[in-house]
Design a protein around this ligand. Structure first.
Ligand code: HEM
Length: 466
């Protein structure tokens, strides 16, 4: 893995064995790998706020859920959004996801016919962006239609990730650097500034089309579960109580957050699932057998429904295992030790020390996942031993922990569980080596998100089951 920051270079699967349970990776910063750490730092009722590193993830002076460093304001903010992002609300978006699922399959079919090699992470990001567009604003951004970086959003996102990851280490510079960078870039700004401009345009377009409809409908008639894009739901909340749910702080911030957090993460996870399946043909075969069995019993539709996929135990284990092997975020989830200090792994950390668990380190720990923790083996999730399973589940943290777990995880799981059976059923993928004679593999870059940089595959259409 290529790390953006040299200081994180030593983070690796064997870090605990080499260095013990605590790694100091910067002044006052500690990455911890110890069974009790999760509960002590992120457990219910603890007072460990996010570190100042997160402040560079938003526009200076504006509020957003992800970087909020205040425990109370975060809890209040989160409660305003929770229902919109719940799984119950999200299953009503299945048709939106199916629309994008059909399009990515169509693109893959064309790619197969042309015999091209393609970067699958790019196509997964196109899929994830279009799902986010349709769920958030009611329309696809057009990534899958055009196959390219529409409006340079991917480029802006890359710039934002690079900037926020680095500048977060010197957060006092963020207000000035952010301003200079965006002034320099011109009218639409750059990085997060650009994503904000893009989002404001989307909101304006949506409002222009939707205002007439809003006037007619009374807010009482609306239900949270109706298949309206998030933006419509947010605007209703704003209309109901503009002080509690403000336009700038809540409507805009949540839409920006969807655009920022909703594509890379899902694309990385989808890539990881496909990559590990390609690399492990036995697992791919077992998954295909499950898909075929479900289909022949009439338990799997052409467009698999979320409900159907929940019954597919090998599919679920495969997804879980790929997210264990390659979680989307690759830096410690930093928190600040509160007033009374804390002892973890026999070491006292005073107030103000920054401590955190790195998902990659946690997921490769043989104490939790066994001696073969470095191997992709979905079967590890299919055991009957409930105690061992619960132990692994406690340390499976691709979506974070505690009160700050990912609010968008159900969106991603909906996208992932619906599209993987389709593409595995309909296509064969072959990993292309970057150099003749070299083993085909991929490289990754850790910019908070651990992105594959060259997931190049050849695609072939499979014969359809009659
Ligand atoms: C497979 C996909 C995803 C993964 C692996 C993932 C991972 C994470 C992780 C690890 C955190 C915790 C960060 C921390 O504690 O520092 C987080 C938080 C968050 N994620 Fe995700 N995420 C995914 C998809 C999404 C999507 C689709 C959205 C929005 C549409 C989203 C929005 C957020 C937000 C707003 C937070 C902050 C929550 C809070 O602080 O209360 N994520 N995510």
């Amino acid at each position: 893995m290529t790390n953006l920051l040299g200081i994180f270079e030593s983070f690796g699967p064997t870090v605990k064995d080499l260095l013990g349970p605590i790694l100091r990776y910067g002044p006052n910063r500690y990455s911890i790998c110890e069974p009790s750490a999760a509960k002590s730092i992120y457990g219910h009722g603890t007072q460990f706020a996010k570190s100042a590193w997160y402040s560079s993830w938003t526009t200076p002076g504006s509020w957003s859920l992800f970087p909020d460093q205040d425990i109370k304001s975060h809890a209040h903010g989160r409660s305003l959004f929770q229902s919109t992002y719940s799984m119950t609300a999200l299953v009503s978006y299945e048709a939106f996801v199916d629309e994008c699922g059909a399009l990515i399959c169509q693109r893959l079919q064309e790619i197969a016919e042309n015999g091209e090699s393609v970067d699958m992470r790019h196509w997964f990001q196109c899929y994830a962006f279009d799902v986010i567009g349709i769920i958030t604003f009611g329309n696809r951004f057009g990534f899958l239609d055009r196959g390219e970086d529409v409006g340079s959003l991917i480029q802006a996102l890359d710039g934002h990730l690079f900037y926020a990851t680095l500048v977060g280490l010197l957060p006092s510079l963020h207000p000035l650097l952010y301003r200079i960078r965006n002034l320099w870039a011109g009218r639409k700004g750059t990085g997060r500034g650009y994503i904000l401009s893009f989002t404001l345009e989307q909101i304006a377009d949506h409002r222009a089309g939707a205002d007439a409809k809003f006037e007619k409908e009374t807010t009482e008639k609306r239900e949270e579960t109706r298949t309206e894009p998030f933006l419509s739901k947010f605007l209703v909340k704003h209309a109901e109580d503009p002080e509690k749910f403000s336009h700038q702080q809540h409507v805009v911030a949540a839409c920006v957050s969807n655009v920022t957090a909703g594509s890379d993460t899902t694309a990385i996870s989808l890539s990881a699932i496909l990559y590990y399946l390609i690399k492990n043909p036995d697992c791919l075969l077992r998954l295909r057998v499950e898909i075929d069995e479900f289909q022949s019993r009439g338990q799997l539709s052409g467009y698999p429904s979320f409900k159907e996929t929940q019954q597919m135990t090998y599919l679920q284990a495969t997804i879980k295992e790929a997210l264990r092997m390659h979680p989307a975020t690759g830096l410690p989830l930093e928190r600040v030790v509160p007033r009374d200090g804390i002892e973890i792994a026999g070491q006292y950390f005073p107030k103000g020390a920054i401590v955190g668990i790195n998902t990659w380190v946690e997921h490769r720990n043989s104490t939790y996942f066994g001696q073969d923790a470095d191997q992709f083996r979905p079967e590890r999730w299919l055991i009957k031993d409930t105690e061992a399973l619960s132990h692994m589940n406690q340390h499976w943290i691709p979506f974070g922990l505690g009160s700050r777990t990912c609010i968008g995880r159900h969106i991603s799981m909906l996208e992932i569980t619906k599209v993987i059976p389709r593409i595995v059923r309909d296509f064969d993928f072959e990993l292309v080596s970057s150099e003749a004679g070299k083993e085909a593999t991929w490289s990754t870059q850790n910019v908070w998100f651990v992105k594959p940089t060259d997931f190049i595959v050849r695609v072939k259409a499979r014969a359809k089951m009659s």
